[in-house]
Ligand binder design. Structure first.
Ligand code: NAP
Length: 473
């Protein structure tokens, strides 16, 4: 650990299937910064034992005590914010500003659940023929979280903070390219005073996830990641008759209606596509603009994307850093090249950057059809596909013409157009005049092949609770 060596020595093309350890590669330099071995079976067993044992006392710990630890964890993150942000930037390439924002959002969410968990989980009285009846929300046990690398702290905290406050304990299998983020969180929860076993980190390959799900000590599983991982985790959970929540990918529409205010829409379109270096599940990926506004949108959006400053993510002037890995960049190159070979046009970008690191420039494509990879796959990089359509009905129809449905947005000043988008777009979330985002007080999740179940808010907390009906005659 600690030494740096060229990535080529350990190709990230190979999947993490047990032969590979956890490797932290700096996407800006392409150099390996740290490596950690996978856990042995005995270490995994010990972790699960700790979690199961701790659940027996944690489930009866008062909300007040749980909140005290959670607020201490938030204070630690806030007090150590620049250090943790730098870890994120070096490990997965997001800009330092974005990394600081992610750490702060985690702390804010911890505070939110510390303050609100008791009321969000309050017993609900229900009218019935009995003298007293209703529903209680009780914790169910250790929940396994299989998490991705793109928001390496936030994805974990948005699961762990509500789960711990609900009285469950958390077992983390983080993505194999963000081991330092996993260790950072484990350290924060431990130093905040959470009893041992409340938050257990396991360094295991994807191929071992099914056996952990099947283990009698695990009560349920949540996955954020790709469709392939979703199918695998969902099948394992089904086979073990355990509850699962799946947060998967998408190719969300960013619909620009006739009444859109371009002063706001253009910069937000850029932010939506390049945030997190183009690697956000809820990024606007397909920009669908009505014909009456299309020429103006294309001109202004292309100019704004061209002006985006790409470079070292630690430099405060940088807006776009590298994508996470050599294989991720190769994927983006393949998708764009395929589109260009089949007749699409790059209005800006479209050619991979030279030099060290995994940089890919902001790119705007037009003329993309459903026969092209860029027309039927999620693009996890700073590449915007722009479609021109006749009117708002056609925009919504095209917006829905995908197998996924995560977070759509519509940009319109007119109330009728806004409502049409809210009702017509098939997605887990529809945002109006705002980039789709996640916040502790609102449910987050998708429909169709973007997964099922919800995180955040009371609805997310209830996913991993036993909604116990009681009836007193
Ligand atoms: P990924 O390959 O599916 O990895 C996500 C996690 O699943 C990692 O911990 C990975 O472990 C594990 N994993 C991979 N294959 C597995 C398998 N067969 N069985 C069990 N676990 C497995 O996803 P990614 O490509 O890193 O992340 C990008 C995807 O996540 C995109 O599609 C993005 O849209 C989606 N995403 C969705 C949301 C949401 O909230 N809906 C949020 C962020 C990202 P290893 O690293 O060890 O392989």
């Amino acid at each position: 650990m600690g030494s740096t060596r060229p990535t080529e020595l350990l190709s990230d093309e190979a999947c993490h299937d047990g032969g590979m350890p956890y490797v932290s590669t700096n996407p800006t330099t392409g150099l390996i910064e740290a490596e950690f071995d996978d856990f042995s079976d005995a270490q995994v067993d010990a972790g699960l034992e700790l979690a199961a044992a701790q659940f027996q006392s944690w489930k009866t710990t008062s909300f007040e005590d749980r909140a005290r630890y959670m607020i201490t964890a938030a204070e630690l993150l806030e007090g150590e914010l620049p250090v943790h942000a730098q870890t994120l930037t070096k490990e997965m390439g997001k800009t330092f500003a974005a990394a600081k924002g992610e750490v702060a959002k985690c702390a804010l969410t911890m505070r939110y659940y510390a303050e609100h968990a008791e009321s969000l989980l309050a017993e609900v009285a229900m009218e019935s023929s009995g003298s007293r009846s209703g529903v209680r929300f009780e914790p169910i046990g250790p929940v396994l979280a299989v998490m991705p690398w793109n928001f390496p702290l936030w994805q974990v905290v948005r699961f762990a903070a509500p789960s711990l406050m609900a009285g469950n304990v958390a077992v983390l299998k983080h993505a194999s390219n963000v081991p330092q983020a996993a260790l950072l969180l484990e350290s924060v929860f431990r130093r905040a005073g959470f009893p041992e076993g409340c938050f257990v980190n396991l360094f295991i390959p994807g191929s071992k996830v099914a056996s952990v799900i099947q283990d009698h000590r695990i009560a349920a599983v949540t996955l954020t990641g790709s469709e392939a991982a979703g199918m695998s985790v969902g099948a394992a959970a089904g086979g073990a008759l355990k509850k699962c929540v799946l947060e998967l990918g998408g190719s969300d529409p960013f619909v620009i209606a006739d009444s859109a205010d371009f002063e706001k829409t253009i910069p937000m379109a850029v932010t939506s596509r390049i945030q997190n270096n183009g690697q956000s599940c809820i990024a606007g990926k397909r920009f669908i603009v009505v014909d009456s506004r299309a020429d103006e949108f294309l001109e202004k959006f292309t100019a704004a994307m061209t002006a985006v400053q790409m470079g070292d993510p630690l430099d405060p002037a940088t807006v776009l850093g590298p994508v996470v890995s050599a294989s991720q960049r190769a994927e983006v190159i393949g998708q764009v090249d395929d589109a260009l070979e089949r007749g699409a046009v790059a209005l800006t970008g479209g050619v991979s950057a030279e030099g060290p690191g995994f940089f890919y420039p902001p790119t705007v494509l037009t003329g993309v059809t459903s026969e092209m990879r860029a027309g039927n796959e999620e693009i996890f990089g700073p590449v915007a596909v722009v479609h021109r359509v006749a009117d708002l009905d056609a925009a919504i129809a095209l917006g829905n013409d995908i197998p996924w449905g995560l977070g759509a947005s519509i940009w319109a000043q007119d109330a009728n157009e806004q409502q049409k988008g809210i009702e017509g777009l098939v997605a887990g979330m529809v945002f109006v005049n705002a980039v789709v985002g996640s916040m502790p007080e609102l449910p987050f999740g998708g429909t169709k092949r973007s997964g099922f179940g919800r995180e955040l808010s009371a609805i997310g907390m209830h996913e991993f609770c036993n909604a116990k009906t009681f009836f007193v005659a």
